[in-house]
Write a protein that binds this ligand. Structure first.
Ligand code: DWN
Ligand code: ZN
Length: 392
């Protein structure tokens, strides 16, 4: 059963709610038949008045979130596989060449396969069933939630690592400081590097990306709040860059810090009480505009049964009456239904082309436009759901 967070997970500070999306089912649980997705839970995010960390107030436990029917597979997204190739190349440049790599939240091992092909000894950690695909690819896996105790066990059994990576994992953890303490345990004492990528709260605010808010994403970081938690965990944020991942992410590079609090927190441009204050109204406005755009003649289909679309479709109450099917490239999702809104998920090309695709995988807009030239050439349109929904 979920529990209500009444104080900040990082510092115990007072929380102030800035976004309330009603209740929503678990975003990555795609039922075999309508109604099979399990319960919906309250979906709301708050901001700590002391350390500024943004976080969910209804916390669903790992066993329920990442259970046997967890639907996300990295390899299910063609664009993500190539993004991870480049990611691995960039990481090895920073590390100075092939080094032992541990990937936390490795999912199906897509990133580790790129590191292995580059000559690195690799190890994965992931409690979800996706990890079984990594094992099938010959990757050694610790199928547990990554905690300091698990990190100590890995260090005793495998030694330390020159590179520890985590892409789109830091948002999912139970306790950010504990997660980063565990990363620190794995790192080589001298020249260990942790490279951690997570959605940027400032981009979420600027782009009104409220669909990034779902139960798997327990925390939403800016560079400032992430650097602060890292410092508490004994890591220094030595550099960070912005990346296009998930609509706007931060790629942070961390090292074991000499002095635990040697980090100067950069001033956040948007992730502040003022920046967050307007998000609720902007989400409501965005929802109303999307429903107006859908209230037009023509067949609309969804493009990409993403986890984020569970929030968008449930919050906007968009079901099969408005969107009769969603196309998706992940084999394990095809033949199932979208959680809570029960729209059938089909494979690409199973239906004749619609008039309009509602782009639920909007974070891959560029790749998808380059790929879907036949559809657009025939006059097909895309509805892009944010920051304010529009048609191209
Ligand atoms: O944080 C998370 C991100 C990294 O991945 C996880 N909590 C869960 C998951 O979120 P998501 O499902 O919103 O991720 P993506 O990568 O934005 O979307 C993946 C889905 O989109 C897959 O089901 C495949 C589908 N897709 C598609 O059907 N056609 C993706 C692409 C690129 C396409 O062309
Ligand atoms: Zn706090």
């Amino acid at each position: 059963m979920p529990h209500v967070r009444s104080e900040c997970a990082a510092c115990g500070g007072q929380l102030r709610e800035f976004l309330n999306l009603g209740s929503s089912p678990l975003a990555d649980r795609f039922p075999l038949k309508p109604g099979g997705e399990g319960p919906a839970y309250p979906l709301a995010a708050a901001y700590c008045l002391d350390c500024s960390l943004a976080q969910l107030t209804c916390v669903v436990d790992d066993a329920e979130l990442f259970g046997e029917d967890y639907g996300f597979r990295t390899a299910g997204s063609p664009s993500l596989v190539s993004y991870y190739q480049q990611w691995a190349d960039d990481a090895l440049k920073l590390a100075g060449g092939p080094v032992p790599v541990a990937d936390i939240g490795c999912n199906d091992g897509t990133l580790l396969r790129h590191f292995r092909a580059a000559g690195c000894p690799v190890l994965g950690v992931d409690p979800s069933v996706a990890g079984l695909d990594a094992v099938a690819a010959g990757i050694e896996l610790y199928p547990q939630v990554f905690t300091p105790a698990v990190a100590k066990q890995i260090r005793e059994e495998q030694g330390s690592f020159r590179l520890v990576t985590a892409i789109n994992v830091a948002a999912h953890v139970q306790d950010p400081a504990d997660f980063l303490r565990a990363v620190r345990i794995l790192l080589d004492d001298e020249d260990g590097l942790a490279i951690i990528e997570f959605q940027d709260l400032e981009y979420l605010i600027a782009g009104c990306m409220f669909d990034h808010v779902y139960h798997e994403h327990r925390f939403f970081y800016s560079a400032a709040t992430f650097g602060h938690v890292a410092a508490v965990a004994g890591l220094s944020l030595v550099q960070y860059t912005h990346t296009p991942g998930q609509g706007g992410s931060i790629r942070a590079v961390l090292k074991r810090s000499r002095d635990v609090m040697d980090f100067m927190v950069p001033v956040s441009r948007l992730a502040s009480i003022q920046g967050l204050a307007g998000l609720q109204r902007r989400a409501e406005f965005s929802r109303d505009v999307l429903l107006e755009l859908l209230d037009r003649p023509g067949v609309v289909a969804g493009y990409g049964a993403t986890a984020k679309s569970a929030t968008l479709l449930n919050y906007c109450n968009i079901g099969p009456d408005l969107v009769p099917y969603v196309e998706d490239t992940t084999p394990g999702k095809i033949g199932r239904f979208t959680p809570g809104t029960h729209i059938p998920i089909v494979g690409p090309g199973e239906h004749r082309l619609p008039d309009i695709f509602l782009l639920l995988a909007w974070n891959y807009l560029g790749d998808i436009l380059r790929r879907e030239t036949v559809f657009t050439g025939l006059g097909g349109k895309f509805i892009i759901p944010g920051p304010v929904p529009f048609v191209i």
